[in-house]
Design a protein around this ligand. Structure first.
Ligand SMILES: [Zn+2]
Length: 435
């Protein structure tokens, strides 16, 4: 088991709380969307801190930052990390906790390697993934999906934000458009806040993540007809917003057919054209986010919504386009990785509970190419992607201890014979246009 001192704990907490000053919001959150100046500043802090700890920093073509202890020439790396970008008015802990915890785990293990207490079979790389959140640039989980070869890097670089700025331009503007090769990856570890309240409810300190949920988004465009809100009689209107409002309500209502806590839905993005108080809306663009533990439930809920939208289009004499986007099958983490997290929690003396992740993480992408161990710490009240997101110092410290133990085992080669996780098939994708 790696050695940890109370000085280590204080150093970790000082670094973590320092990061929350970048993009700090008045109500205690952060706003550090990918490629913005505040995101650039916290990423510069990461490079400086890692260099100060003796690591070598490189940046790849999609802006992922890697800080490596090159203990063994030409050996693959154990990767550990998360992301420093946030949602608009997001929380301080989402992603950033995992990056700072990994930096400190790495520094402790470097001390153990140099003292001869740990014999590495791999190098160790702390990673800060670019654009995990997908708020400014969609899709989310961008940097790790590029690195894992799931998405095409050249295409991702041309993705634009709502103002037409490309990923390439945003990366250039913060000095993060790199050309270094990504390290060869032996295995992957990530710690994150749960963003739910299962661990808190069951008083477990650590969650050993077993699988992700099946998720998909539906991009919906309602095509109505623009007219005068005063002069056009009701019978002559083709109001895109009224139809869109009904779709929002349908999206929430569809979960009533399923077991509680097995499915979640929402419309998170919504725009109205032309958005004038004197004009009946001609077009609404919205994005439905649909997630369930069982892929069959996502498929059937999608079918229900698509059919209801078709009926709505016919009823209101409008055209409604529905397009599948960002479809992600359930990804299982290897059992060896789950058990490794449980062993590490036992070493540290904290309780662990097996848990699924409802949110997507870089580890879901990495688990396709290398065995991954994913762990959670409790989120107070279960809230995330908001300013009141909170985890306690004590849980963060214990989680960092567990991560350190996990990474020590990975560096020693514990998952070298483990095959990466597999996505479970069930991906219905088609494009529907309803008139
Ligand atoms: Zn996150």
């Amino acid at each position: 088991m790696p050695t940890t001192t109370t000085d280590d704990e204080a150093d970790f907490l000082a670094d973590f709380h320092h990061t929350t000053t970048y993009g700090a919001t008045p109500a205690g959150g952060i706003d550090r969307q990918a490629g913005t100046p505040d995101h650039g500043d916290v990423r510069a802090w990461f490079r400086e801190r890692a260099t100060g700890l003796g690591m070598t920093v490189t940046i790849d073509a999609i802006g992922n930052q890697y800080a490596t202890y090159p203990w063994l020439p030409d050996a693959p790396s154990v990767l550990a990390g998360s992301h420093l970008d946030s949602q608009p008015l997001g929380g301080r802990f989402d992603g950033t906790y995992g990056v700072v915890a990994a930096l400190h785990a790495a520094a402790r293990l470097d001390r153990d390697v140099r003292a001869g207490r740990l014999t590495p079979r791999h190098n160790l790389t702390v990673v800060d993934w670019f654009n995990e959140e997908g708020a400014r640039f969609a899709p989310s989980i961008m940097g790790s999906s590029s690195m894992a070869g799931i998405k095409d890097t050249a295409e991702l670089l041309e993705v634009t934000d709502p103002d037409g700025v490309t990923v390439r331009e945003a990366l250039e503007s913060i000095g993060c458009l790199g050309s270094d090769p990504a390290p060869e990856v032996a295995s992957y570890a990530e710690i994150h806040i749960e963003q739910g309240r299962i661990l808190e409810r069951e008083q477990a300190t650590v969650g050993a993540v077993t699988q992700s949920w099946d998720t998909r988004k539906l991009v919906v465009t309602v095509h109505g007809e623009q007219s005068h809100t005063g002069a056009t009689v009701m019978a002559d209107r083709h109001d895109a917003l009224v139809a869109a409002a009904k779709i929002v309500v349908m999206t929430e209502d569809v979960v009533a057919d399923y077991t509680p806590e097995s499915i979640v839905t929402s419309v998170g993005q919504f725009s109205v054209l032309p958005n004038s108080p004197i004009v009946v809306p001609r077009e609404v663009n919205l994005v439905i986010d649909l997630r369930a533990s069982d892929a069959a439930d996502v498929t059937s809920a999608r079918r229900t919504l698509v059919d209801a939208i078709a009926a709505l289009a016919a009823d209101r004499d409008l055209r409604i386009d529905v397009e599948d986007f960002d479809v992600r099958a359930v990804q299982r983490y290897p059992l060896d990785g789950v058990e490794l997290v449980e062993k590490a929690a036992a070493d540290v003396g904290v309780g662990a509970r097996r848990i699924a992740t409802l949110a997507g993480h870089a580890s879901v992408a990495m688990d396709r190419i290398a065995p991954a161990g994913m762990m959670f710490i409790p989120s107070v009240g279960g809230v995330s992607h908001c300013e009141r997101e909170f985890s306690t110092d004590e849980d963060m410290v214990r989680g960092t201890d567990v991560l350190t133990d996990v990474v020590a085992r990975l560096v020693a080669g514990d998952l070298d014979d483990t095959t990466p996780g597999e996505p479970l098939a069930e991906t219905t994708t088609d494009t529907t246009n309803h008139r």
